[in-house]
Ligand binder design. Structure first.
Ligand SMILES: C=C(O[C@@H]1C=C(C(=O)O)C=C[C@H]1O)C(=O)O
Length: 407
């Protein structure tokens, strides 16, 4: 008969207990924990979690060692480090094998951070965004590329294009379309000036959330800083929660957070009550040292901004891609309708169309169209060739994996 290390014979009830799952069932009689101490069940569960973590760390490092090898192989044949087509494939396989209880969203978040760690192992990546730090673009970049890459605030959308083109950053993230305000003019214009040198390598859809940030109690807030558009997007919330408060316009929500943090500090220095707040991202709160008093105060919880990742490389096909093209039609009746008809005939779905003044000739426009499919798909390649014959000029801005998820 098995004995304990003490040498004592085990009782039948003890044997039964040892043979069963080490974690006591939830309905087992529980030893009352001493106040402030975790119960025996909680301790046992935590011991199991610790053991799983040990296995996970080994597995993560097994994966990381393979990533290091991938990095070497890429460097020897000049393959780009960041491979959105491969990431899409990894995520698709991982999510398909998920049986819960972890949600898809949580698993995807974990994998995004894991892949961010991969970059650091293959080659440190530098990502350009439009600041100031804590801006929506900074938030989007961190959600997409995680915390293991370097970020550079390039101040202006056009600056992101310039620095990608010059190779000072590996990739850049710029907003292209907002579900409330439509196309982002500065980005479309920057494509007109840089279409030869950079291309769209990926897209990211970000849910826009606004938080009330401050260093005081909610009832102490007297003045709120933010961008005028953001006040508009939180109008109902502000008029019910803070009807008499002073609204101070600023150039960006991140700048607003910086001003509110400065004003709070100064108030505290002179012994006054801090009453300044800002509406911005939770990331801005972390950067400028403000607490989130209320998260998600936007009136419409479904505001999205689509960002594109720009690069000096072309993304490979994944089977679920988008192609963005930019063209100027010939100056004749029905020219745009002819172009759109070509996609229709080819059975190619268009997901977005926008326009900007062409710039050189008055009342002439440059059109931006997103078509579903990759430029290497024979139907897409043939349609684009045909479209070209009806255009003065046409550029393919890029083919890249279509993003269906919202970060
Ligand atoms: C490891 C690779 O490099 C990067 C990291 C990935 C990963 O961690 O799975 C996937 C794609 C790339 O962005 C790869 O290309 O396979």
């Amino acid at each position: 008969m098995a004995t304990r290390k003490t040498g004592k014979k085990s009782s039948p009830s003890a044997r039964k207990h040892r043979a069963a799952e080490p974690v006591p069932p939830a309905d087992a009689p529980r030893q009352p924990a001493r106040p402030g101490e975790p119960s025996a069940r909680l301790q046992e569960l935590r011991r199991k979690i610790d053991a799983v973590d040990q296995r996970l760390v080994r597995l993560l490092n097994e994966r990381a060692s393979l990533v290091v090898e991938v990095g070497k192989a890429k460097r020897s044949d000049g393959t780009p480090i960041y491979a959105p087509h491969r990431e899409a494939e990894v995520l698709r396989k991982v999510l398909a094998s998920n049986q819960g209880p972890l949600s898809e969203r949580s698993l995807e978040g974990i994998y995004r951070e894991l892949m961010s760690g991969s970059f650091a192992l293959e080659q440190p990546l530098r990502i350009g965004f439009v600041g100031p730090p804590g801006s929506q673009s900074n938030d989007a970049a961190v959600k997409q590329f995680g915390s293991s890459v370097d970020y550079e605030d390039l101040h202006e959308i056009v600056g992101v294009f310039t620095e990608v083109r010059r190779g000072h950053v590996n990739y850049g993230l710029v907003p292209i379309e907002n579900s409330l305000g439509g196309g982002i003019m500065e980005t479309l214009d920057a494509f007109k000036a840089n279409a030869h040198q950079v291309s769209i390598y990926g897209e990211v859809q970000i849910a826009i959330h606004h938080a009330l940030l401050a260093n005081c109690q909610p009832r102490q807030v007297r003045r709120i800083h933010s961008k005028p558009e953001i006040f508009q997007q939180c109008r109902n919330w502000l008029s019910t929660q803070y009807p008499g408060v002073e609204l101070m316009p600023s150039a960006s929500s991140a700048r607003a957070a910086q001003i509110a943090a400065d004003e709070c500090r100064k108030a505290l220095e002179i012994g006054a009550e801090p009453g300044s707040a800002a509406i911005g991202t939770a990331l801005a709160g972390r950067i400028y040292g403000l607490n989130v008093l209320f998260p998600r105060i936007e009136d419409d919880p479904n505001i999205l901004t689509r960002f594109v990742i720009i690069a000096r490389q072309q993304a490979r096909p994944t089977g679920d891609d988008k192609t963005s093209i930019m063209f100027t039609t010939e100056d004749k009746p029905g020219a745009l309708a002819t172009v759109l008809g070509i996609f229709q005939e080819a059975g190619i779905n268009l997901s977005h169309i926008d326009k900007r003044p062409q710039g050189r000739e008055r009342w002439t426009y440059t059109f931006f169209v997103d078509a579903l499919g990759h430029r290497e798909d024979p139907a897409m390649a043939a349609a684009i060739e045909k479209v070209k014959t009806h255009c003065r000029e046409l550029f393919i801005l890029g083919s890249y994996p279509r993003s269906r998820r919202i970060l």
